[in-house]
Design a protein around this ligand. Sequence first.
Ligand code: SF4
Ligand code: SF4
Length: 89
Amino acid sequence: MVSSAEARQALGATRAYEVTVDIATCDGCGICIFYCKPVVFEQSRALSRRGFYPAVAVRSEECNSCGLCELACPQLAICVRPIGAETRS
Ligand code: SF4
Ligand code: SF4
């Protein structure tokens, strides 16, 4: 199986994205985990201060910037932003 990062490389685009979750805001609903096809998120095993198991972006390098997680998150807890300049081979 080809990873999202590998597919982007094959297309010549190598832009990377940083995905962050505001753990203080996240209520651990799991919607982002469900929608993210490249499996960027995992549920933390540690409780947040508000008593939830928050989502954590553990594979930002696989993000393709589809934007689904940011749109779907009811807490607006996710930020996806490009890192550096886009390069094409
Ligand atoms: S923007 Fe898309 S690929 Fe990136 S973390 Fe969100 S759902 Fe996953
Ligand atoms: S969709 Fe938002 S609130 Fe739900 S687990 Fe993901 S980051 Fe947390």
